[in-house]
Design a protein around this ligand. Structure first.
Ligand code: ZN
Length: 480
């Protein structure tokens, strides 16, 4: 047993059957009913002491049979929350309840969750069903909560690695960054970060537009060895940052990749689309659908501002990058505060209709690695309002002449932004009330993923999602 688990178990009464890791989180299993229901305070005391996340769950023998548990859950969750699907992850004593309105299923101060726990001994996780159905989000959730037990073993192995030396002695300390792509160029973003304890890849993109020899990052660089890689961090889903991730799993990488939940879903969607496009061009894609699934099984999701250990000497926090749904700036605390580094990935410093502006308050920084794609002297854009007015004016004129407007647009970010610009113009009477936006292909699928994660949307759009105006939006947008 790892040292950190020994320390924790030594602090608790003898009611814990087993302890394991889920990445950096520690999960304790008990078959003692009383402790499961009342042990929260004891657990909190240890969390305060060791400053790690600990969760208490029921051992298998306590769990109520699935059929009975499902019946009780459906009785407890109000109909207005619109429960859709219930998935049981027996290996981890977790029940995933998918509902349309999570707020109603969680209850005030989480009281409903508590009641489910008390009556079924399963630990409930409430997930939002997207307002627009997203097949990719559904498939990913099924992959993550499949009962085969692989995921539990994988997450436990990650934790063991992170906590392998619970009280490390002071050793030599250094940090080294190598650019394997995207230095003095746009595309194929890929950085290798090394410390005495860790080898971490920041992004692994492809330059879709480049010729064959310059598509990939320099994975043949002498300092890069896939076998010794501890973790991959993906800043956002665009292919120039995530496109080669799946290829690394094809090559045999089986370690974790960290990203936000929307980044995981959109990256998987783009990868599947990439495979489809390759076949259409009669080219054989350099990774397969099974590699996309392998990546999902090894993904560890992290929300903004959530701090987690990823190796013995590196702690990761994502911050909003304001660039596309789920896009993150990567903050790394190395060597317990010895050195703090921020890798911005792509970021936007002004508010858009879909997203809030990038974060700019960080606990501490010694090194900043910054995107500079539009940083040139000539890269001066017209004010946003002016650009929006131009678009609306063109649409208006075309409609007046009984025309149709076709807008080719990038699927992740810009597509959703333009839908909202048009919807807003209709709302404000700048465009006729009966204008409809027909959305095709990837833009539709990515828009669907947006509706699954309102917490990643701008504060104003999030309010819209929770209010009646959302219905207004849904009436304007139509799937082709
Ligand atoms: Zn990007």
């Amino acid at each position: 047993m790892s040292d950190i688990l020994k320390v924790i178990l030594g602090e608790l009464p003898k009611v814990i059957d087993s302890g394991s890791f889920e990445g950096a989180n520690i999960v304790l299993y008990t078959s003692d009913k009383k402790f499961f229901l009342e042990g929260e305070e004891e657990i909190r005391r240890i969390v305060d002491k060791i400053k790690k996340r600990i969760e208490l769950r029921a051992s298998k023998e306590l769990l109520l049979e699935k059929e009975k548990a499902e019946k009780i859950i459906l009785e407890l969750v109000p109909k207005e929350a619109e429960p859709q699907k219930i998935l049981f992850d027996e290996e981890r004593s977790v029940v995933v309840i998918e509902v349309k309105k999570p707020g109603l299923a969680i209850g005030k101060g989480g009281e409903l969750l508590k009641e489910i726990k008390e009556k079924t001994f399963w630990t409930p996780i409430i997930l939002r069903v997207p307002a627009i159905e997203s097949r990719i989000t559904t498939a990913i959730r099924h992959t993550l909560f499949e009962k085969e037990g692989y995921r539990k073993k994988f997450l436990n192995a990650i934790g063991k690695k992170i906590y392998k030396e619970w009280s490390p002695e002071k050793k030599e300390e250094w940090v080294r960054i190598s650019f394997l792509g995207a230095a003095r160029e746009v595309g194929r973003s890929c950085l290798l970060l090394q410390t005495p304890e860790s080898k971490i890849l920041l992004d692994c993109g492809i330059d879709v537009a480049a010729g064959n020899t310059e598509k990939f990052p320099y994975l043949n660089a002498p300092e890069f060895d896939l076998k010794n890689l501890d973790a991959i961090i993906v800043s956002h889903a665009h292919l120039d940052h995530s496109g080669l991730l799946f290829y690394l799993y094809k090559l045999g990488y089986r370690g974790p990749c960290y990203m936000t939940p929307p980044t995981r879903d959109i990256a998987a969607l783009l990868a599947l689309d990439f495979i489809g496009v390759s076949y259409k061009k009669a080219e054989s894609p350099f990774f397969k659908v099974s590699d996309v699934k392998t990546m999902i099984k090894h993904s560890i999701e992290l929300n903004y501002n959530e701090v987690t250990d990823i190796t013995p000497d590196v702690r990761l926090t994502f911050y909003n990058a304001g660039h596309c749904l789920g896009s993150a700036m990567v903050h790394l605390n190395i060597g317990n505060g010895l050195h703090n580094l921020l890798y911005t990935g792509d970021f936007k410093f002004s508010k858009t209709r879909v997203l809030d502006r990038a974060a700019f308050h960080f606990p501490r920084l010694e090194t900043l690695i910054c995107e500079s794609t539009y940083g040139g002297k000539e890269n001066v854009f017209l004010p946003r309002k002016e650009l929006e007015n131009m678009l609306i004016e063109i649409i208006k004129k075309t409609l007046e002449r009984k025309g149709k407007v076709l807008i080719p647009v990038l699927g992740v970010g810009r597509g959703q932004e333009e839908i909202l610009v048009i919807a807003n113009a209709i709302k404000e009477g700048l465009l006729p009330k009966d204008v409809r936006v027909y959305v095709d292909g990837l833009v539709w699928d990515v828009t669907a993923i947006h509706t699954a994660y309102p917490n990643f949307l701008s504060s104003s759009l999030r309010t819209l999602v929770f209010q009646y105006e959302y219905t207004f939006l849904m009436e304007i947008i139509k799937h082709v």
